[in-house]
Design a protein around this ligand. Structure first.
Ligand SMILES: [Zn+2]
Length: 207
């Protein structure tokens, strides 16, 4: 699997394109904004998305999904518990995202434990609730896409509607820190890191 990263929108969301090594297929994670730009990038590389996944229902992680799915194809997948939030996003968030487009009805509602195949690439959905009730992380080999649950040196906000700090920490400790130190972590915003680095130095995960 080859990984492409585009940073999109006002809130600089990381949009990841997971390109399979054998099939001309890919998966898109967090088409958060600028869906047309993402679709153009896919077309330029002759890639067809099989899945267009969001890590959670916040508008800065779903705002480009409609354009990508309409222009390039793919099944939109999201955590089941974030479906309603994704389809009817709160105004406090869309107000700061000019040109926001609500995503289409998801064709894939995830609860964690699902295994998706894109050519030889295997994507495992891991439920990591807390930032939102339906937050999902996606693990592909030694890479994990952590959305707004775990960042380099930080953890996601849990003071927004639907957020739960205790649940978020339990998700990070129980589902992410249980992975090997060498696993690379690709968050929804900001630079990538590793599980080992966060285990040792993330101030929110000490003690
Ligand atoms: Zn978020």
């Amino acid at each position: 699997m080859k990984l492409l990263t585009l940073t999109v929108g006002t809130l600089s969301t990381n949009c990841y394109i997971l390109v399979d090594d054998v099939a001309a297929e890919c998966a898109v994670i967090d088409a958060g904004d600028q869906g047309k730009r993402i679709a153009e990038e896919l077309a330029r590389r002759n890639l067809v998305p099989k899945y267009v996944l969001s890590t959670h229902g916040h508008a800065d992680h779903t705002g480009g999904v409609l354009a990508v799915v309409s222009l390039s194809g793919g099944q939109f997948g999201i955590g089941a518990a974030d479906r309603d939030m994704a389809l009817a996003p709160p105004e406090w968030l869309t107000a700061i995202l000019p040109g926001f487009q609500a995503p289409p009805q998801p064709s894939l509602l995830l609860n964690g434990g699902e295994v998706l195949h894109v050519g030889n690439t295997v994507i495992e959905a891991i439920a990591t609730p807390g930032h939102t009730p339906g937050s999902m992380s996606y693990k592909v080999g030694d890479e994990v896409f952590s959305g707004d649950t775990l960042f380099r040196g930080n953890i996601g906000r849990y003071d927004l509607p639907g957020g739960d700090g205790g649940q978020e920490l339990a998700s990070i400790r129980g589902k992410l820190l249980t992975l090997d130190d060498a696993v690379r972590v690709h968050p929804g915003h900001g630079p990538s890191t590793t599980i080992g680095h966060e285990r040792r130095s993330n101030p929110y995960l000490q003690g």
